[in-house]
Structures are given as C-alpha cells and as structure tokens.
Design a protein around this ligand. Sequence first.
Ligand SMILES: *Cc1c(COP(=O)(O)O)cnc(C)c1O
Length: 412
Amino acid sequence: MTKSFTAVAQHKVAQHQLGIFGGSPLFDAYVPIVRPEVPPECHEDCSRQFLDVLGSGLLTNGRSVQLFEEIAAERLGVAECVAVSNCTAGLMLTLRCLGLQEGEVILPSFTFFASGHAAVWNGLTPVLVDCERDTFNLDPQKVREAITRETVAILAVHIFGNPAAAEELEAIAKQHGIKLIFDAAHGFGAAIHGKPVGGSGDAEVFSLSPTKLLVAGEGGIVATNNIELAQRLRLARNYGDGGSYDCEVMGLNARMTEFQAVLGMAGVKGIEERSAKRELIANAYVSTLGSEPGVSFQRVRPGYRSSRKDLGILFDEKEFGVSRDFLRAALEKENVQTRKYFDPPLHRQKLYRECRTGDLRNTEWICQRILNPPVYTALGEEKAEEIAQRILLIRDNVQAKGYPSWWHSGAA
Ligand SMILES: *Cc1c(COP(=O)(O)O)cnc(C)c1O
C-alpha cells in the first residue's frame, strides 16, 4: 500500500458525513460479507463442460468427480480425496467410517455448529473446549485437560482458515490412542510450513459451499492418507452400498454431482491467486487498524499460512472507545455487511447447552469482540482500506459527539 493511496482514501472518506448521522453511505451498492469465488473466466469454461455432462448421460459420481478427486489429492498432497455432497455429510461419514459410535469428542466451542452436529448425529457426546486467545484455534493444553477414559476423538477446526496446531494435536491423539479429525471447512488455500493443510490426523474435511474459498455450489472433500478409510467413505457416500445391494456401512446419500465437480476443478485452478489477493486485503485492514488501541487481529503462527476464509478483528470496547455491536450497526449504514463469527459459540446455543465444557474464557473474550469484515477476492485492497478508514472515522465521531440517539443498547 503506497502512502499516496492512503492519503487519497483518507481525503475521500473525510468528505462524507457518516451514515450513522444521516449522511450518505460509503458505498452506493451494498458490500456483502462474501461473494461466491467463481471468477468470470470460469463461467464460459464451466458452461461448456456442463453441457458435456448433460450429454454424457452420467450426472453424478462420474468421470468429473473422479478427476476432481485426483486433482484435489494432488493439490493437497494426500493419498486420497473423497468428494461428497457437503462438508457436514463428510464429517458425519468420516466419524462413522472411523468406527466412532459412542464416547466423547473434544471440539472447540468457538466453531460453526456443523462441527458439533456431525458428532451428535453419530451418537457421540461433544465436549466443548476453549480456544487460544490469539489464534482462535483449539488450545492443545486444554484438550489434554479435557481428555477422559470416554474420549474417542478430537475434532479440531482451522478457524477462518488459520491452521490449528496440527503437530501438537497429533502427538496428543497418538499418546491417548484416539482419533483426530480436522474440520477443514475453511482450509483450502491454507498451509503449514509450505505444505497445504489436508494431510494431518486421520482425515481433514473441506467445504465447497458458496461462502468458502473453493466453491462448487455445495460440496465437500474428505482428504486422508488412510486408503482403507477412503474406500469405506466411497461406499458410505453411496448409502453404504458397494454394489451388492446389501450395504456394508450405514451410509447416506452424500454423492457429489458432476456439475459440482466441474465447478470444483475450475476453482482449484485459481486458488493460489485468490488466496494471495485475500492476503493483500487482510493486510490492508491490518496496516490501517493494527496499531490502533483496542484493536487486534487473529494471530497466524510463524510459518503457517491462513487461507483468509475470513478475517477476525477484535475490538475491545473500553480501549477502542466504541462497541463492536455499534460498529456493526454503523457499518451497515455505510452499506458494509459484517459478521460476528462464531458468536454465540456452541455452548451458548440451545442444542449444546447441556454439554460438558472446560473453562471457556478465551472463547467468551473473543465472542465479545469479534467482527468479520468483507474479505472476498473481488473486494480489492482499496475498498478494504476505505472500510478500515471508515471504522476509524466512526470511532472518532462517536468519541467527539457520543452515540447517536437511535442507538441505545450500546450507549452504556
Ligand atoms: C461451512 C462450515 C461447515 C459446513 O460445511 P457445508 O459444506 O456447508 O456442510 C462446517 N464447519 C465449518 C467450520 C464451516 O464453516
């Protein structure tokens, strides 16, 4: 980011009156939190291939799915990729095919609820454990403390595409003789010491739904170096039927269609470039906001690379001077959509309220402060910088004039 651009952006935002005080929004068109990552150059290619699929007479589990699995396995550097209908089904089937049908599964409370659902659908008992305050990922020390004789698996999550502490978790799983599965829904494009995320633990399960980095409309990939597990999963995604019409596993219909595989293959091609663009967007937020009091960012360990599926910014109300919830409302009036993933965390949702938990102070700390701004590739660095500048302008105005009268809940 050059200095002159910063100056231009500052000048531009300073000219506006803020949306919260009745001014016109920063952007004329609404800026959503996410836009599906299907670049325009894919559209024509995919249309042609969709027609080929239609002409082939094989709409599901055909040649494209097989090819996509090979491409994904090569890209991730794993022995096998099994394509499935979505990540949730992939997680459900992975736990099932690893023979996990009773006992406790340790997972973070700070995650999307599908991670927990997959365990519960298999009759497993979720145990909700705290995350690290800086990386937002499952805390290995707290995992150790939560292990009991009932523990059968650890389900870790690469939160926002920031790789979890894979090596440490592998050591814990090995020591206790339990399974380790990664919810890698956000993980495509992430790497640990130059190696793509995907080859750790017993399996890693990716999502290809529209909010993720690799988009197939809907879809999932189970990556594993366990060839037997992959074979079981291929049966399990097809009801459990290996062709004898006498099922081997209690499966699901979790097949990927040929159309999804076509989109998935197109998406893999540009993943490096998109991930690099997201890094620049993340840097634009970091360089504008990073040194402000009360603002911090999710930490990525040295040598790790986040896919930047999302960017997590923490705003401490006392130190920053404006509450996270007010910032969200104020940005909405600037036509900027934000999220607060994953607030509420699992242990505060009704389906998970009864779960055994450890001390969840970091989860609570993050949930009070987290704000996710738009980071999708097509946003570009300049808009990210403008959004970040506007956040500071909102703060400065609120500090000078107080909260506007329409805002009550955050005014205390
Ligand atoms: C999106 C998501 C899932 C579910 O993925 P689907 O493909 O939509 O089933 C699971 N876990 C996490 C952390 C997610 O963000």
